[in-house]
Design a protein around this ligand. Structure first.
Ligand code: 13P
Length: 258
């Protein structure tokens, strides 16, 4: 049985103003506090403008706080960008790196993302490094080749598996209502673990691999039951406290099985 933590992360993308984020926490955190046992780890990824306001309540509740992006440089003339040290000072504990929307809508390439992974680690935060193939790539039989390339490039300079989370998010499942079958997810996660085994000391032991793409209260438990699925990265269904709490409850049940 796996000794890896179970993680339920919510990516709010470009949703929620500051008052909306605070209203979410007011509804969400008291219910989270009523959980019994140790349960899964919960992480929220709001937009940059909410980080500082969410720091104290999230810290007090044991909820991780992820930024959705960063720049690899520590400072400089990069108008509109945010450095890892700034995110840490605002309260971030994690940073999403290489989300498919960054890769595809903002054309971030493998080498730029490798530099971001390095910057996040150097800043003492946890990267949540996202990989995943498009529908065209899957249809062409390229899914594992693409995910393997993304992992090898992004993790090339990583010396230790400690403090890194991987998220497999097939692009065709994001925001589409189409979820990978549990068998598909299990197969890709097993492949990812094999690549981590080749790339990293100690075979990447302890590194959690999350699944993302149309995870909902109705399918989270089944996905989380797959032995290689260590958690979920949730978009749309993390915006409503009730939906996200149901997914956290599924994470708690999965954590109890580990
Ligand atoms: P959805 O859950 O809305 O499909 O988004 C998944 C995702 O991109 C999380 O990072």
């Amino acid at each position: 049985m796996s000794r890896r933590p179970t993680i339920v992360a919510g990516n709010w993308k470009m949703h929620k103003t500051l008052p909306e984020g605070e209203a979410f926490l007011q509804a969400f955190l008291p219910r989270l506090a009523s959980r019994k046992g140790t349960g899964c780890q919960v992480v929220l990824a709001p937009n940059f403008t909410l980080l500082a306001a969410m720091r104290d309540p999230c810290r007090a509740a044991g909820v991780g706080l992820a930024a959705q992006n960063c720049h690899p440089e520590a400072r400089g003339a990069f108008t509109g960008e945010v450095a890892v040290g700034m995110l840490a000072a605002a309260g971030a504990t994690h940073v999403l790196v290489g989300h498919s929307e960054r890769r595809h809508l903002f054309h971030e390439d493998d080498d730029f993302l490798r530099r971001k992974v390095q910057a996040v680690l150097a800043g003492g935060l946890t990267p949540i490094f996202c990989v995943g193939e498009t529908l065209e790539e899957r249809t062409a039989g390229q899914a594992t080749a693409v995910v393997g390339r993304q992992l090898r490039a992004g993790l090339r300079d990583v010396a230790s598996p400690a403090g890194i989370i991987i998220a497999y998010e097939p692009v065709w499942a994001i925001g589409t209502g189409k979820t990978a079958t549990t068998a598909d997810a299990q197969q890709m996660h097993a492949f990812i673990r094999q690549i981590l085994g080749e790339l990293l000391p100690a075979g990447g032991a302890g590194m959690p691999v999350l699944y993302g793409g149309s995870v909902k209260p109705g399918n989270a438990a089944e996905l989380l039951a797959a032995p290689e699925v260590d958690g979920v990265l949730v978009g749309g269904a993390s915006l409503e406290p009730e939906d996200f709490l149901q997914i956290v409850a599924a994470g708690d049940r999965a954590a109890a099985q580990v």
